[in-house]
Structures are given as structure tokens and as C-alpha cells.
Design a protein around this ligand. Structure first.
Ligand SMILES: [Zn+2]
Length: 328
């Protein structure tokens, strides 16, 4: 069963020593320590093949504190990461290909290649709307409106759930939808998600978020918002970051992922669920105990969902078809 995973920080993770992960190290981006073909991360080419990957979203993650520290603008950091992704993909032209749209993805698939999409996690690199046009030309498929810091766009869940979009944020969301760049509400405050839903004319996404009713992490989505995202025609990428799965568990348990899928399904139906694992965006405390150790283990989630009573057609929607419905 083909898989589209909406969110992975693999490119970031290739550039620093992941045995000594510190905020300060994030992103000097001179030379990758690891390669994409084979590595000890959650994602490499072998593991993507094992996962029967149709397309992988590789995030350009912009840490505003690191930008400050290294005296680089968020936009310039985005361009650096984008180029780093291209350089890496260009090493394996027979196996994986950068794509900007569904047509290019289908062509890559016909040639037996995995597709790589890109996106931006931290909208603050957009300081004027013209930059959105450039991002669109570069093939950016979605922008996560905020990460964990407040910006000129909005307030994240990490700061205050009751304050949402700022004036520029409303303009930016409108222009993103005009350009068909998907609006990603993961990391955004509850009020920010409401603000976006109040003006959205097209489907939005939560690229990597679970259900707050099952795990109280502030980044998870409330039972109020999940059906509203469904009404908007959007999708929610279920995440396997242990802190988002269970308040009392530090390892990835497959039945916890199934619980979140079932909960979102009960509130929002079969057309809303997608996969957005956040691979390489977290470090497992006891990786040897994780039931999903990397993306190559995703067929285990498929089997568990089928065993839980979902039909093959439903799981296919979760694994790729719901994303394909909203992707242009
Ligand atoms: Zn994230």
C-alpha cells in the first residue's frame, strides 16, 4: 500500500550530530554528516522503499532562535535548506526525485522513483506576500504558519492558545490559498486554527498533529477543531512522536497510533486522516522499544489498522488518497 508521509525533518537531522542534539547546533548547514541513501535516522532511501513510499514531504524547518544566533534571515535559512535538499536528492536520481505537483509525482512514479515534496515549517520567513510567489515557484507545497515562537503572523500553541492570527497572518493565509500553497495549522494556537477556518476557502492541513482528548500535549487538536477541519475538507496527519501519543508513555506504541486514528475517524470520518509522522523531528528515549522504529515499519501500522476493523479502502485513504485529494 502506497504511503505519503506529510512531515519529516530528515534534512535538518542530516546536518548535525544526532547523538548530541542541542538547539544551538541546529543549522549551520555547511556539509551533511549523514546521507539520504543509508543512515541511522528514521528516513533513508532503503526505509522509504520498505514503506512503499509514493511521496515524502521533506520539511525546511526554520528555527528563529538559530537564525538570530547565526545572524541569518529566516528566508535565507529556508533557501539554504532548500538547496541542501536539492543537493541531496540529486545524488540519487535513479531512486528519488524532487517534484512540485501531482503531474510530476505521477511521472516520477511511472519511472519507479519516489517523489520528494518540500514545505516550510515556520511561516516567519514570509515577510511580504511576494515571497509566497517565489516559494510557490520553488515548489513549496505547504507552509506551517508558525513553529513554537510568536511571529508577525500568529501566536503558536506553545505561547498562548487564546490568541490567534495577526493582520499579516490573515493576508498571508488568503494569498497562500490563492496560490494553492496549503496552509498547515500544526503548532498554531487553538484560536489561530479558528481564525484560519473562519476565512479558509480551500482545505487546510494539520501536517503532524494528534488528538488532545487522548494525549494532552498542547500541540494536539481539540475535539472542537477536528470536525471543523473535516468540514473544511482538510486533512490531519497523525504523528508518531511519543509525546503526542500518550501522556504516560515514552515509546512509540502502534496501538496508540491506532487509538488516535480511531478517535479522529469517529469525530471526522474517513476523509480527514493522513500520516505525518514527524520522523527525524524527535529523538526516542528508548528506540529499541519503539514498535515503529522508522518509516520502513509503516506497513505494521497498516496491518494494525486493518486488524482494528478499518477497511483496506479506508486505510488506503489514510496512507495516501486523502492527501492526493487536496494536493495540486
Ligand atoms: Zn513540528
Amino acid at each position: 500500500m502506497k504511503l505519503i508521509d506529510l512531515h519529516a525533518d530528515t534534512i535538518t537531522a542530516m546536518y548535525y550530530d544526532n547523538t548530541n542534539w542541542q538547539v544551538e547546533q541546529e543549522f549551520i548547514l555547511e556539509k551533511p554528516i549523514l546521507n539520504l541513501d543509508k543512515n541511522n535516522l528514521h528516513i533513508d532511501l532503503d526505509k522509504l522503499k520498505q514503506a512503499d513510499s509514493l511521496a515524502q514531504f521533506f520539511v525546511c524547518w526554520l528555527n528563529l532562535k538559530a537564525c538570530e544566533k547565526y545572524n541569518i534571515t529566516a528566508w535565507d535559512l529556508f533557501v539554504k535548506q532548500y538547496n541542501a535538499l536539492q543537493n541531496e536528492l540529486n545524488k540519487y536520481p535513479e531512486q528519488i526525485q524532487f517534484v512540485r505537483n501531482i503531474e510530476e509525482m505521477n511521472k516520477a512514479h511511472q519511472n519507479n522513483k519516489i517523489s520528494a515534496f518540500t514545505c516550510i515549517e515556520e511561516g516567519a520567513c514570509i515577510d511580504n506576500l511576494d515571497k509566497l510567489v517565489i516559494a510557490k515557484q520553488m515548489g513549496v507545497k505547504y507552509i506551517t504558519i508558525v513553529w513554537n515562537y510568536e511571529s508577525h503572523i500568529a501566536v503558536p500553541a506553545a505561547v498562548n492558545q487564546a490568541i490567534g492570527l495577526k493582520k499579516f497572518g490573515f493576508d498571508m493565509v488568503e494569498e497562500m490559498q490563492n496560490l494553492d500553497i496549503l496552509v498547515d495549522v500544526s503548532h498554531l494556537s487553538d484560536e489561530g486554527v479558528r481564525d484560519i477556518l473562519s476565512i479558509a476557502k480551500k482545505p487546510i492541513i494539520a501536517s503532524h498533529s494528534n488528538a488532545r482528548a487522548l494525549c494532552s500535549h498542547r500541540r494536539n487538536l481539540t475535539d472542537e477543531l477536528i470536525p471543523q477541519i473535516a468540514n473544511n475538507g482538510g486533512v490531519i496527519g497523525v504523528n508518531c512522536y511519543p509525546s503526542f501519543l500518550d501522556d504516560n508513555e515514552s515509546i512509540i506504541k502502534i496501538n496508540n497510533m491506532v487509538r488516535h486514528v480511531r478517535h479522529i475517524y469517529n469525530l471526522a470520518g474517513e476523509n480527514t486522516i493522513a500520516i505525518g509522522n514527524d520522523f527525524d523531528g524527535f529523538h526516542s528515549k528508548q528506540p529499541q522499544l519503539d514498535e515503529i522504529k522508522h518509516i520502513g515499519d509503516m506497513p505494521k501500522l497498516k496491518d494494525a489498522l486493518l486488524n482494528d476493523g478499518f477497511t483496506y479502502q479506508q486505510v488506503e485513504k489514510f496512507f495516501s488518497k486523502n492527501v492526493l485529494r487536496i494536493l495540486i
